[in-house]
Design a protein around this ligand. Sequence first.
Ligand SMILES: [Zn+2]
Length: 202
Amino acid sequence: MDIVEKLTEIFKEFPGIGERQAKRFVYFLMARKPDYAENLSNLILILKKEVNQCKECFRFFIDKNKKKVCEICADPNVNSSVLMVVEKDSDLESVKKSGLYHGKYFILGGLVPIVEKNTKSRIHINELIEKIKKDKNLKEIILAFSLNPQGDHTDFYIKSQLKNICEPLDIKISSLGRGLSTGTELEYSDNDTLKNALKNRQ
Ligand SMILES: [Zn+2]
């Protein structure tokens, strides 16, 4: 594999990037001056040095002071009686940006494929269960997954795993309402859609 192929393979792993776009990135880099590439590689290294995964919600965040807990989890003004479970960081960012939700978050780290044997090692389900058990303020868990078969399956799976833990603690489990139309990715839903989905959660 030559250098062009190697870099193309790397860019192809980026979300939403196919072979053709990946190649365009490589040719773009080839045409830039050397300090462009140097700056880019430095910034990537700094990003990796400063990033941390929050030990409470599993979100990736810039943690210059090595606090290990993100600013949402550390914020005393956040409503700690409600916990929204999302698939990934970009979903959390969309909901946060909407300004419609003021509770805590939990990043599952993926969806549960319909045919899957090692579910527990793929997603943070055990960590979620631990969090629910030790969190004394919790009143409601909102499952907020994309509306596609895998999102539905994940919703079903998480509910089945949490039912016996939440019932004795009197914690309600709800899912985002069907205000999101089928196929909608949470990450790309607009404010009105999200507002309805939150209002109509059940
Ligand atoms: Zn956090």
